[in-house]
Design a protein around this ligand. Structure first.
Ligand SMILES: *[C@@H]1O[C@H](CO)[C@@H](O)[C@H](O)[C@H]1NC(C)=O
Ligand SMILES: *[C@@H]1O[C@H](CO)[C@@H](O)[C@H](O)[C@H]1NC(C)=O
Ligand SMILES: *[C@@H]1O[C@H](CO)[C@@H](O)[C@H](O)[C@H]1NC(C)=O
Length: 408
């Protein structure tokens, strides 16, 4: 018996089909696996246990990787508990985050010197911070939840020092910047853009910082129901939408907030798309506005197939740095985390779920088949296996954890 398909349904199917291609490329590498849940959990936890000996418990950071990268280890550990429904990592995460936050005003690596030395690390740290608070919010005692929320508000307030508001865009000035602000670029308002660094003369507004602000705001909107957070998330989501997505739906890096000049169009990094996907996934849920889910789908479809960071086998090549650490090694972990959020928040979109499951499994199988030496993983996901590096290990954690959920 043919299912009833009314005209309205046909129209929506059509527009979805035209909007983006969520099919799985036939050229991708191994895009499924049959490892049982218990094995996937063990693989992921063993990878965590393999980086833990690098912990410097005086600072809450790990030898061999930097401050924001260390934050992402804590984040992956919190997610591990979220994925398994257990509390294996909770005590470690809470203890060490408390250490970090007690050492760092505003969680900023450079404390009061941040004005000179890159306050953007605060935002990077928050990538971890946000995830950790969300993961634990259902399980911690009420008192702890409230103090977690308090930290969230502190973070949000700190971010707000760097956002261009609508009135600042109109006035052409921002209180924490010593130069004239471009109120609009290419005819679109600059309101909602977030400066990368709080440094008074730094003019860069970028997608990762704005994406982090969107995600922070959308999570706060979800937790508190306060529309001011939702409105902040919408304003900034509109900034990326208007200014920093190329016509192939890849999120670009930077726009100058003074003269509207742009970063090179070849400056393409996974985490810009990944963090926006994460923020839009939450924003779609808190607003109920279908445009954000549609935009998220377009960006997912483009990002998992972009030639900027993978070949036809689908295995991510970005940050394949086997002999030394650098920032780009950790970007792909943030990308995968954003994809996990899209996967988790769209249970009824079968095409999307199949695409994300396949993409995550391509990375998962690459790590296990090509890049693993026991429970140590190379940052080059094509391999070969090598001796343990803290940065390679960090980059693998989000894939190994996400594969717990993105498989049956
Ligand atoms: C957008 O970025 C992608 C990177 O994957 C690139 O291949 C494409 O040419 C870019 N499109 C435009 C119009 O710049
Ligand atoms: C980081 O390492 C990768 C892989 O070796 C390299 O392509 C990239 O240019 C490096 N980035 C920086 C900022 O050094
Ligand atoms: C695998 O790790 C062990 C232990 O660190 C090391 O001795 C060995 O050389 C590594 N194998 C490769 C292929 O690098």
């Amino acid at each position: 018996m043919a299912p009833f398909v009314g005209p309205f349904v046909l129209v929506s199917l059509f527009s979805v089909a035209y909007a983006q291609d969520l099919s799985v490329p036939v050229t991708w590498g191994k895009f499924s696996n049959s490892r049982p849940l218990s094995e996937r959990i063990t693989i992921s936890q063993n990878a965590i246990n393999t980086i833990l000996p690098q912990l410097n418990s005086a600072t809450g950071e790990f030898n061999g990787i930097g401050y924001w990268q260390s934050g992402n280890v804590w984040s992956a550990m919190a997610n591990q508990d979220h994925f398994t429904g257990q509390t294996t990592n909770q005590a470690q995460v809470v203890k060490n985050l408390n250490t970090v936050f007690n050492l760092r005003a505003n969680y900023d690596q450079f404390g009061s010197m941040m004005m000179h030395y890159g306050g953007h690390r605060l935002q990077f740290m928050l990538i971890g911070h946000i995830r950790i608070r969300i993961c634990y919010r259902m399980r911690l005692q009420l008192g702890t939840i409230q103090s977690s929320l308090l930290e969230f508000f502190v973070a949000h307030t700190y971010f707000q020092l760097s956002v261009v508001t609508a009135s600042q865009a109109s006035a052409g000035s921002q209180p924490n910047k010593n130069f004239a602000i471009a109120g609009s670029c290419d005819g679109a308002t600059m309101a909602g853009g977030v400066f990368w660094r709080p440094t008074i003369d730094d003019q860069s507004i970028n997608s990762i910082t704005t994406g982090l602000y969107i995600t922070t705001s959308a999570f706060l909107a979800e937790i508190t129901g306060d529309s001011k957070y939702m409105n902040a998330a919408i304003l900034s989501a509109n900034w990326i939408k208007a200014h920093n997505i190329n016509s192939s739906n890849i999120v670009l890096d930077t726009v100058n907030g003074h003269d509207c000049s742009r970063s090179l169009s070849t400056w393409l990094f996974t985490y810009n798309s990944g963090k926006y996907i994460e923020g839009l996934s939450v924003l779609a849920d808190v607003t109920g506005d279908a445009q954000w889910r549609a935009l998220m789908l377009n960006i997912v479809a483009a990002a998992v197939k972009s030639t900027a960071w993978q070949g036809s086998d689908g295995i991510i090549t970005e940050g394949a740095s086997t002999t030394s650490n650098n920032d780009s090694v950790g970007f792909k972990a943030i990308f995968i985390r954003g994809l996990y959020e899209a996967f988790a928040r769209n249970p009824s979109n079968t095409n999307l779920r199949t695409l994300l499951h396949s993409y995550i499994d391509v990375q998962y199988n690459a790590l296990l088949d090509l890049a693993a030496n026991g429970s140590s993983y190379s940052s080059d996901w094509h391999g070969p296996p090598q001796v343990f590096t803290a940065w390679g290990q960090l980059a693998a954690l989000d894939v190994l954890g996400s594969a717990i959920i993105a498989n049956n």
